[in-house]
Write a protein that binds this ligand. Structure first.
Ligand code: ADP
Ligand code: MG
Length: 324
């Protein structure tokens, strides 16, 4: 199969219900799209490189899910509704089995969010997946990293640290004694992050700022603090830990929750006077949320133990191009 046959066979879905705002999809030199009047386009792109963003042995279905989910997570953090997807795929070879696994999982997640693949690229080279996701958001509903004010409450969705723990277990299995059931649960969190789109939409008008947690809570919250020009106090005792992390010694579990990457949960701030509206707004989002701290004046992130001591934890998140 050549490049064009592969695009036609695996990526073009003419029989599928298609979005009416896609005036021209896959097949020409560019897609033609009709944005809804009065809405802003929220656009994001993320690349996943084999061996760097996912272990080389990761299966095609997991890679597809994750590559799309991390982009949808960025739209969720902006309060946007995902709509259109572009996919640039670089593959070492055209393998039917691989492409079949990839596209089935890819379209499954796309369908859940009523998105349409409108174009892309297919090239040969070391495995890498670049996705561009485009969504809509009303100007008054946008969530941004800036906007947090001293006194605002800080929340996160879901729980933290599992994905990073899964990666560590893959890389250094001898350091952990987990059952195979626990390992499976962790791997699911690493390979199948759930984009918090419904939570992001529900937070419009309530949250004063938001970010998605891709590089670890401490690292990403620091980005939010810098954008908002504020500081924060986080209580380790309030960090939401999974049942597996709860079996770890407290300091170790907190470190995972604070520093491990790949969670793809939302971290957001809410003015105190709006706190009472959160439960109602988020009740249908399909996701839990937890109060973890408070925005302060200044520019530092303080992490406090139940004894009110400052908690020090290892490296703050993953950075590309960091000097070793
Ligand atoms: P060009 O050389 O003009 O960029 P291509 O041959 O790369 O065109 O692509 C032809 C059509 O197929 C375009 O509409 C493009 O968006 C689409 N396409 C290519 N690769 C993919 C892919 N992996 N997924 C979805 N659409 C794709
Ligand atoms: Mg091309």
């Amino acid at each position: 199969m050549n490049e064009f046959a592969a695009i036609q066979h695996f990526f073009t879905r003419s029989s599928h219900p298609l979005r009416s705002d896609v005036k021209l999809g896959i097949g020409d030199d560019a897609a033609l799209l009709q944005p809804p009047p009065g809405q802003l386009l929220a656009m994001t792109t993320d690349t996943l490189v084999s061996g760097r963003h996912f272990p080389e042995q990761t299966c095609a279905a997991d890679i597809a899910h994750k590559a799309l989910a991390v982009n949808l997570s960025d739209l969720a953090a902006m309060g946007a509704t995902p709509a259109w997807i572009l996919l640039a795929l670089t593959l070492p070879e055209l393998s039917d089995i691989w492409l079949d696994g990839f596209t089935k999982s890819f379209f499954q997640l796309m369908d859940r969010f009523a998105c349409q693949l409108v174009g892309g690229d297919l090239t040969q080279g070391p495995l890498s997946i670049t996705i561009q996701a485009i969504g809509f958001v009303s100007p008054q509903n946008v969530l941004r990293r800036q906007g947090a004010q001293p006194g605002d409450l800080i929340y996160v969705t879901g729980h933290l640290g599992d994905a990073g723990l899964a990666l560590a277990c893959l890389e250094k299995p001898h350091l952990f004694s987990l059952t195979s059931g626990q390992q499976q649960t962790l791997l699911q969190r690493l390979n199948r992050p759930e984009p918090r789109v419904a939570s992001g939409l529900a937070l419009s008008g309530l949250a004063s700022s938001a970010i998605d947690i891709s590089d670890g809570l401490a690292a990403d919250l620091t980005h939010l603090l810098q954008a908002s020009q504020v500081g924060a106090i986080i209580q380790t005792a309030q960090l939401p830990l999974s049942p597996i992390l709860k079996t770890f010694p407290a300091a170790s579990a907190w470190s995972w929750a604070l520093s491990a990457g790949d969670d793809y949960e939302l971290c957001f701030t809410v003015p105190r006077e709006k706190q009472s509206f959160l439960a109602e707004a988020l009740k249908d989002s399909g996701c839990s949320y937890h109060l973890i701290g408070e925005i302060t004046q200044g520019d530092t992130l303080q992490v406090l133990t139940p004894e009110k001591n400052s908690f020090s934890f290892p490296s703050r998140g993953f950075e590309h191009f960091k000097k070793k």
